[in-house]
Design a protein around this ligand. Structure first.
Ligand SMILES: Nc1nc2c(ncn2[C@H]2C[C@H](O)[C@@H](COP(=O)(O)OP(=O)(O)OP(=O)(O)O)O2)c(=O)[nH]1
Length: 403
């Protein structure tokens, strides 16, 4: 069977699958599941085109990693065949642990287990099945491999992940401001003492990249309507769990029922849990909400209806934390109009905060290599007045309540 396939990607054009192991991993049912996990959670309720999946993103990342390997080798950096393959595997599988709706449900299906931890569990399982062929990829993914630049290509402030998702999310949402020139950024990469650097002539592309990511966070990923939808989605699951604990039987797929019935944290995330997690994707959640919107429970029924019919709560973004009496006012109103308890009303009246930092000065810095050989953090190397200011973390606050 010919395993050297070519995929057609709307962003980069034809993507060649580099070898038969990568092909077998793509064909594997664990990876195919990513076709059913949306990349941007509920953002498609705001940007109707944003229906792309983790599958698209992972394949795009492999393409960019191939570019990076070629560019670095051309510049004289040695990368062995084994290292090259490990880089492709690590980037292909870096998001394999994302659950339904990606970030939107990360903290509601399981307790305190990140998608990176679940990605690692899948990689370790696949490593057994593929007789140890993923060992080096796992070491790179964990950031343990001694050649740091390889770990930095997988996870840093200028990594292949970000280079793909900004461009891809910009394409599928139609938000032009996120359209970074990923291929030029990669062309500017180099390695000094096994650390990733960007050549001086790439400074303006790096500036654009940092600003584009900031724009995408505030304008797209944390868009207030997407935010309220994702908050409602989390509440659907916590209400469903609460009802299940009280003995109410809810219709759902077996996989979803398992996570409603069991509080899973990293300590009890067993091999069986992983098998069941593999069964779970966006479709389980959508199907359940379609059934639950007719449930007798006021809270569950209304939360599901709001998402399915896109009749969301009102949301206001503020620069200061929301005052308790502001929340109480809306809670009391809901209690009296619907004759429900305060605890039930709190499913529809809540506040929270959102946070973003365009560039972190203290970890996984983006380093610029000057022609003189000097290496400098981008914040110091640039004459862009705003870049230092953009290193400050920004927190905003929100309140949600019925219209
Ligand atoms: N709708 C929505 N999408 C989000 C949110 N946070 C992140 N995303 C999307 C934007 C990107 O397509 C992708 C970025 O997250 P990943 O899990 O791929 O990477 P990671 O968390 O490492 O991102 P980072 O390196 O911190 O930028 O997820 C969110 O709160 N809501």
């Amino acid at each position: 069977m010919n395993k050297l396939k070519i995929l057609n990607d709307p962003i980069y054009g034809f993507i060649t699958i580099p070898n038969s192991l990568i092909f077998d991993l793509i064909q594997h049912k664990y990876f195919q599941r990513l076709r059913r996990i949306t990349q941007m959670g509920m953002s498609y309720l705001v940007y109707p085109g944003a229906h792309h999946t983790r599958f698209h993103h992972a394949i795009g990342c492999v393409y960019l990693m191939q570019k990076a390997v070629n560019v670095l080798r051309y510049k004289g950096v040695t990368i062995s065949k084994e290292e090259e393959e490990a880089l492709y595997i690590a980037i292909l599988l870096h998001d394999i642990g994302h659950g339904p709706f990606s970030h939107a449900m990360e903290h509601s299906i399981v307790n305190g287990v990140s998608h990176e931890q679940i990605s690692l569990l899948f990689m370790e399982r696949l490593n057994k099945e593929f007789n140890g062929s993923l060992t080096l990829a796992i070491s790179i993914f964990k950031g343990k491999y001694e050649r740091s630049f390889m770990c930095q290509l997988i996870s840093s402030q200028l990594d292949i992940d970000r280079a793909d998702y900004l461009k891809r999310d910009s394409f599928y949402t139609g938000v032009a401001e996120g359209n970074v020139n990923s291929e030029r950024l990669i062309t500017m990469l180099n390695v000094v003492d096994d650390n990733l650097v960007v050549e001086e002539k790439g400074i303006y592309s790096v500036e654009k990249f940092i600003i584009a990511r900031r724009f995408m966070y505030w304008q797209v990923y944390l868009h207030k309507t997407g935010l309220v939808a994702e908050q409602l989605l989390m509440r659907v699951l916590s209400r469903a769990k609460e009802l299940t604990k009280k003995g109410v039987s809810l219709d759902a797929s077996n996989a979803l029922k398992y996570f409603l019935n069991n509080d899973i944290s990293i300590e009890n995330f067993t091999n069986t849990t992983l098998d069941i997690f593999y069964e779970l994707d966006d479709y389980d959640i959508i199907s359940a909400m379609k059934l639950w919107k007719n449930n007798n429970d006021f809270v569950l029924r209304n939360l599901c209806e709001m998402i399915i019919n896109r009749e969301l709560l009102k949301i206001k973004i503020k620069n200061k934390p929301v005052k308790t009496n502001n929340l109480e006012k809306h809670i009391d109103k809901l209690v009296s109009t619907h004759n429900i308890s305060k605890a039930e009303a709190k499913y529809f009246v809540f506040s929270g905060d959102i946070y973003n930092q365009a560039y972190q000065t203290k970890k996984q810095n983006i380093n610029i290599l000057h022609k003189s050989g000097k290496i400098q953090d981008i914040v110091k190397a640039t004459d862009h007045l705003n870049l230092k200011a953009l290193s400050k973390p920004v927190t905003k606050y929100y309140i949600c309540h019925p219209k």
